[in-house]
Every structure is written in C-alpha cells, then in structure tokens.
Design a protein around this ligand. Structure first.
Ligand code: 48H
Length: 267
C-alpha cells in the first residue's frame, strides 16, 4: 500500500526532473523537434549507443503527423520507407504505385516508443531558442527554455546544454538554422549562402526526392533534417506523404554520428 503525501509527490517530481535534466548537460546529439525526422534520427542514434535528447516545444511529440492530410487521419508512405516503418511495428496498407497508408496515432506512438526503448530522452514543452557557439565557427550545444515561456513572451533567461552535434528537425521554419544565420556575424552555410530561402510550392515527387540529398551538415556541428532541410535548400513541399521525413531522419543520424566521432577526436 502506498502512502500518498503532497510533499513527497512534489519532491519526487522535482528531484527526478533535476537528475534527468542534469544527465543531459553533455549530450552526443541534441535534436530540436519531435516530428518524424527528429524521432527517426533519435531512434537510430540511440540504437548506436549515443547519448541523445529530443527537445519539443509543444506538449506532444509527433509534429505534423497527427493531422494526416487536412485532418483526415491517414498518412501516405512510399515503398522506400516501408521497411523502416514496418520495422517499428507500424501497420501499412498497400495501394497502387508502391504507396502505403498508415494511421498517424500508431505512427507517432510506435516511433516514440522505439526512441525511448533505444535510450533517447524526450523533453516536451521545452523549446530550443538558440545554439551554443564556439569560436564563431562551430555549434556546440543548444539553449533551451520552456515552450510556455516562449508563448507568454516572458523575459526568462534560458539554460544551455552542450552537444557534439545538433540536428535542426524543426520542420517548415528551419528555426535553428535561421537563428544561427541571423545571429552569427558572417556565418555562411555549407554552400556559401547567408540566408534560408524557405521551401518551394508543392511538387510532391520532387519534394520527397530532395529530402535525403538536402539532409546535410549545414554548418559545423549543425545538421538539418526533414522539412527543415527542404526549407534550407529550397526544396518543394509535398503534402501528407511522410516516407521522406523518416528517410531524412535516418540520413541525419548517419551524418550526426560522423560529426560526433569527429568532434570527439578533436576534443
Ligand atoms: C523545439 C520545435 C522548435 C524549437 C519547432 O513539422 P514536423 O513534423 O517536422 P518534420 O520535418 O519531421 O516533418 C515534416 C512533416 O510533419 C510535414 O510538415 C510535412 C510532410 N509537410 C508537407 C507539407 O506540404 O506541408 O515537426 C517539427 C517539430 C514540431 O513538433 C514543432 O513543434 C517542433 O519541431 N519545433 N521544438 N524547439 N525551436 N521549432
């Protein structure tokens, strides 16, 4: 029989939060955004034994998956990503032309479970508002604040966590990459540009095809994934097809693992 006391409830929450947060002060990879690309990257990196945390501004994970297409609760996935999703236990219904449909609730739940089971930490309600920079030439961590503080526009100073690599999986706005370019004087992306052009109008096939090639280390220590990658490299949007997001997350994990090895060698 448990003995329930208000003080003990408060103590357990504060103490276990603090110790779990303290464990994240030195990460291998910090991922901003818990949509499909960020979660797939978290699964792959954590399965390699890397220390990974995902920071999600909203109180829920899943990003754009929940809404399916215009709130119709189905997502479309193509053949190239089908095995990855089946491997997570997500049921896929086959259709013509190598396309499948899946249930958003199942897709979010099973990717989240896989990330947690692999050892990733997922923080919800916690936004990445900035990056930690070193020598004006390398991203070295993330600056976090409560999503609610952002929403209320309160002047509350943030906390910083160090990471060998940061993945910008913030979706359409590519927030982390934009923030970096806006703040670091003279910063240029890997292709020499100083601005993020944003995604292009819808062209589903081209948008999906562009996602993996656009998944790159855009600045030392900063990798872009998912819709953010198409925003940074002017790829088209694609509507409610999600295979490319999972494939981009996988590619981001491969690149991030290389960045982590490089940074550990340089340390
Ligand atoms: C913490 C943040 C921050 C921040 C944002 O939008 P997402 O689902 O991202 P992807 O790229 O994994 O998937 C894109 C897909 O959902 C989509 O939008 C598609 C297919 N669109 C096609 C079309 O034509 O419209 O998830 C990004 C997540 C969200 O949960 C945000 O709340 C979160 O990132 N986020 N979290 N700190 N600064 N910015």
């Amino acid at each position: 029989m448990s003995r329930v006391s208000e003080v003990l409830i408060s103590k357990l929450i504060v103490e276990t939060f603090s110790s779990r947060f303290a464990e994240c002060l030195h990460l291998d990879v910090a991922i901003a955004g818990a949509g499909p690309s960020g979660m797939q990257a978290a699964i792959d990196l954590a399965r390699q034994g890397l220390k990974v945390a995902v920071f999600e501004r909203q109180l829920h994970v899943g990003g754009g998956i929940w809404g399916g297409g215009m709130l119709f609760p189905r997502i479309v996935v193509q053949e190239e990503a089908a095995d990855m999703l089946r491997g997570l236990g997500i049921d896929l219904t086959p259709h013509e032309d190598g396309l499948y449909t899946a249930d958003p609730v199942e897709a979010v739940s099973k990717t989240t479970a896989a990330a947690l089971d692999a050892g990733a930490t997922i923080w919800v309600g916690m936004a990445v508002e900035d990056v930690v920079i070193r020598e004006n030439s390398r991203v070295a961590g993330v600056v976090t604040n409560w999503g609610a503080v952002e929403l209320a526009r309160l002047h509350v100073d943030p906390l910083a966590l160090m990471a060998h690599c940061v993945i910008d999986a913030t979706g359409h706005h590519a927030e982390i990459t934009r923030r970096l370019l806006a703040k670091v004087a003279g910063a240029r992306l890997c292709d020499g540009r100083e601005t993020v052009p944003g995604e292009q109008p819808m062209w589903a096939e081209a948008g999906e095809a562009a996602l993996v090639p656009n998944t790159r280390e855009v600045y030392p220590g900063l990798v872009v994934a998912g819709m953010a990658a198409n925003a940074v490299f002017a790829g088209p949007r694609m509507g409610a097809i999600f295979g490319g997001m999972f494939l981009s997350g996988r590619r981001a994990a491969e690149i991030a693992a290389q960045v982590v090895s490089r940074e550990k060698m340089n340390a």
